[in-house]
Design a protein around this ligand. Structure first.
Ligand code: 1PR
Length: 532
């Protein structure tokens, strides 16, 4: 029996699923006594440092937690659950931490995108029972803007490099804590959890290898466009330039949960579900989509993003739902991030028209509560050619791919409702304003390239990437493994997403990774996955 300290700040479903997948049952801390009677305590932290400490204090958990830790009983802190062990954090300077370890939590001051999101390695500083079964080259999933800075170097278990070297795990006796998310780090993360749950008393070991420097991997994301087909079944479909019908019938490329599991096993670094009719239907009434997430998160231990229909909504009975409520339902069902498409365009139009933000938009409300890393903006732009940059009041770029009349300039028009309606805002401006509003990542589609296998639109990606510091996911047009190398070497995109080639089994994820290996930093695929 594992005791889980959930202080109610966000989704702990994936930690519970990960522990249960290892054959252990979970009980939640309801009262201070539950902490003292725990045999093994796992503390996954989500949200902000100050809010977490206030909840711990209000619930009377601080004193029993310290007694538990000081008695050297088995403890695993995850992410904010690591940071809580220190004296305080720059995130909320007035708020005291547990102070079990001396030292502070500091904001990343690096010349790179913050938060640090993605798969990075670890450099062990001392042996630990947590390392059993690791060879040292593994990568783990991180998402954080702050890192711990212990005064006592003896407690440092691992470090990681991201613009600087930072402490990514600590251990003292049976009290261990990691900055990365084992529950989102595939089989190697599960191995760490298993070692904590089953082998904490085993002899300490060091992995066979240790990287001299760790590198953040470029992420390969599998995308599943989901909708009901004409028979009413929820299917994975795929469009050609957003047209998902072939001879009038919705293409059916498989079942969402099964495909997501397959991609996880093949080494996808993340899975994205897009409910492509979300602009019409209302997701909270569309229980199958919530169920897809619940079932996927039982077996898939990498980050999950869900998009489609994240917006304020009034149903036909006049009941109002906020975008935040929709997003919360998705987080509770196992999503790590939500992606906002149509609504982001309308929000940005509003901000530009009024010259101010309201604080009430979907982007602002969701990022305030769940953090910016939980809010992805999905952009569906279409290329519009112009003869001269002065022709339109938009961000225009000079293109190497001239238009039908030989035009040398183009802009990228944002669309809503799955490409059905063009709006008077360009993709570069949209990305920039969404960053100001608190978005954490951009999913950059391209209607012209979608489903064409012609490769990513590098001009579009470079234009957006130059305008924002946010991580960008390049999407649309991947036709072969070389296209991934192209996008990672000719743009600064952090991730690349594909759909058609994976669904049709033309190029498995393993083959993409095998091709990229040694050329760009990637997370190795699990052993034995298809590469051809
Ligand atoms: O507007 O917030 O309700 O969200 C709707 C979401 O559904 C948006 O993120 C939008 O991109 C997506 N969507 C709407 N209609 C379609 C459609 O295809 N008819 N799918 C659609 C967009 C785009 C991709 C695709 C890549 C890679 N799919 O993400 O997976 O282009 O494809 P490829 O590798 O096969 O080229 P809202």
């Amino acid at each position: 029996m594992v005791t889980l300290l959930d202080y109610g700040a966000g989704n702990v479903r994936s930690v519970v699923n990960a522990i249960q997948s290892l054959g252990h049952s979970v009980r939640f801390v309801q009262s201070p006594e539950d902490i003292l009677s725990a045999k093994k305590l796992v503390f996954p932290g989500v949200g902000a440092f100050g809010a977490m400490m206030r909840v711990l204090r209000n619930k009377g958990f601080v004193e029993p937690l310290l007694r538990y830790l000081e008695a050297d009983r088995p403890f695993l802190g995850i992410c904010l659950g690591l940071q809580a062990l220190f004296q305080g954090s720059e995130e909320d300077p007035g708020e005291e931490g547990l102070g079990f370890f001396k030292g502070m939590v500091r904001r990343f001051r690096v010349n790179l995108a913050v938060p640090h999101i993605g798969w990075n390695g670890i450099k062990p500083r001392k042996p630990s029972a947590l390392f059993h079964g690791l060879d040292g080259e593994e990568k783990f999933y991180f998402v954080h803007s702050y890192h711990v800075d212990p005064e006592d170097s003896e407690v440092i278990l691992t470090t990681t490099d991201y613009g600087r070297e930072f402490v990514s795990a600590v251990q003292k006796g049976r009290v261990a804590a990691v900055q990365f998310h084992p529950e989102k780090s595939g089989s190697v993360g599960l191995r760490i959890l298993k070692n904590f749950l089953e082998a904490l008393e085993a002899p300490s070991v060091l992995p066979a290898k240790a990287p001299a420097r760790t590198q953040l991997a470029k992420r390969i994301i599998a995308c599943l466009d989901v909708r009901s087909n004409d028979q009413g079944d929820l299917v994975v479909t795929k469009g050609d330039q957003y047209d998902v019908r072939e001879k009038g019938v919705v293409r059916n490329l498989g079942k969402p949960v099964e495909l997501a599991r397959r991609y996880y096993e093949e080494g996808a670094d993340e899975i994205t579900f897009l409910n492509i009719t979300g602009f019409r239907d209302f997701p909270l009434k569309d229980l199958p989509m919530l169920e897809v997430l619940e079932r996927t998160s039982e077996k898939v231990f990498v980050p999950l993003t869900i998009g489609g229909g994240i917006r304020d909504y009034v149903d036909k009975d006049g009941t109002k739902y906020s975008a935040l409520q929709v997003a919360s339902a998705y987080f509770r069902s196992g999503a790590d991030k939500v992606s906002i498409g149509s609504d982001a365009v309308l929000i940005v139009e509003d901000v530009r028209r009024t010259g101010k933000t309201t604080g009430r938009s979907a982007i602002e409300t969701i990022s305030r509560l769940y953090g910016s890393q939980a809010v992805v903006i999905s952009i569906d732009p279409r290329r519009v050619y112009v003869a001269s940059p002065r022709e339109v009041p938009h961000h225009v770029l000079e293109t190497q791919i001239p238009g039908p009349q030989g035009e040398r300039y183009c802009w990228y028009q944002c669309t809503i409702k799955g490409g059905r309606e063009g709006r008077p805002v360009d993709a570069v401006t949209l990305a920039r304003v969404c960053e100001e509003l608190g978005a954490g990542e951009i999913l950059l589609n391209c209607i012209d390239r979608d489903g064409t296998n012609l490769g990513f639109d590098l001009e579009l990606i470079n234009a957006v990437k130059e305008a924002v510091t946010l991580p960008v996911i390049a999407s649309s047009g991947a036709g072969c493994a070389e296209h991934f190398l192209e996008v990672f070497t000719q743009t600064r995109a952090e991730s690349a997403l594909a759909a058609g080639i994976f669904h049709r089994n033309e190029v498995p994820i393993g083959a993409v990774k095998a091709f990229l290996r040694g050329k760009v930093p990637i997370r190795p695929t699990p052993h034995g996955t298809p590469q051809r």
